[in-house]
Design a protein around this ligand. Structure first.
Ligand SMILES: [Zn+2]
Ligand SMILES: [Zn+2]
Length: 236
C-alpha cells in the first residue's frame, strides 16, 4: 500500500497528470481532461438523418424516408476537444477515457428522451472490431461505451454481432465507394433470436461516411431487428 502510493507520487513528479487537451496540470489525475476544456464541448440536441445529416427535431424523420435507421450523435467531430478525447481513446489506447465518453453519450441521450431508451425491449449493440484488431488495441472502444449506456439505462447488451473480415481501417480510405466495398460482408450475427423484434441502439465511437453503420444496420435488419438508432460520440 505504502509502496504503491510512493510509486504513484514519483510517477506524478516524473509525469505530472496533464489535461490531454490544453496540457494544463490536472488536480484529479483520473480525469484526463480539465473541467474548463470539458465544459466547452457543444452537445447536439436532436437526432440526424444519416444520409443528408439534417437535424430531426422531435426525433422525427423529415427526409430520406427510405433510410433504415436514424443517427444520434452527441457532438460533432470538428469539436477539437471531442476529437482529442476520441483520438486518445481509440488510437493511443487510453482505455480509462471510457467513463468520460460514456458520460457524454448519457447526457445527450437523457436530453433527447427517446422512447427507445426507456423501453425494456431495446437492446444495446456495439459495433464489433475484428478479434485481431481488438487484441492489438486491447479493447473495443465501441463496446466499452456501449456497456456504460446499457448499464445506465438498464438495457440488455448484445455482443453477438461479430466482425468476420479484418478489413482496412475505414479512416485510411478516403473514397466513399471504397469504404462501402471495404465493409461489405463484414459482420455476422450469432444467436439472432436475442435481437428479433427488438429495437436497437447501435453504438460506435464516430460516424463519418456511414459505411460501417450501414453494413451493421443491414445485417441487424436481416436478422429481424425493428427500429434502429445509431449512437455515436461524434459525427463528421
Ligand atoms: Zn484542459
Ligand atoms: Zn435526409
Amino acid at each position: 500500500m505504502f509502496l504503491t502510493k510512493a510509486k504513484d507520487i514519483i510517477l506524478d513528479i516524473l509525469f505530472p497528470p496533464l489535461c490531454l487537451n490544453c496540457q494544463k496540470h490536472l488536480q484529479n489525475k483520473n480525469k484526463f481532461i480539465c473541467d474548463n476544456c470539458l465544459i466547452t464541448v457543444k452537445f447536439n440536441n436532436t437526432l440526424f438523418c444519416p444520409i443528408c445529416r439534417a437535424r430531426l427535431a422531435d426525433n422525427k424523420r423529415i427526409c430520406h424516408y427510405d433510410s433504415q435507421y436514424l443517427l444520434a450523435a452527441a457532438g460533432n467531430y470538428d469539436d477539437l476537444v471531442l476529437q482529442n478525447l476520441i483520438h486518445y481513446f481509440k488510437y493511443k489506447s487510453f482505455k480509462n477515457l471510457a467513463p468520460i465518453l460514456g458520460e457524454i453519450l448519457i447526457k445527450y441521450l437523457s436530453n433527447l428522451s427517446l422512447s427507445m431508451v426507456k423501453s425494456q425491449k431495446s437492446v444495446v449493440v456495439p459495433v464489433p472490431l475484428h478479434p485481431r484488431r481488438e487484441r492489438q488495441r486491447g479493447f473495443n472502444q465501441a463496446k466499452l461505451i456501449a456497456e456504460i449506456v446499457a448499464k445506465t439505462f438498464a438495457l440488455e447488451l448484445f455482443v453477438n454481432m461479430k466482425r468476420i473480415k479484418n478489413n482496412k481501417p475505414q479512416a485510411k480510405l478516403k473514397d466513399s465507394e471504397m469504404r462501402i466495398k471495404n465493409m461489405a460482408g463484414c459482420f455476422k450475427i450469432e444467436n439472432p433470436e436475442q435481437i428479433r423484434d427488438k429495437n436497437i441502439l447501435l453504438v460506435d465511437d464516430v460516424f463519418t461516411s456511414g459505411a460501417t453503420m450501414n453494413e451493421a444496420v443491414k445485417i441487424l435488419k436481416a436478422n429481424g431487428a425493428k427500429r434502429i438508432i445509431a449512437l455515436v460520440i461524434a459525427k463528421a
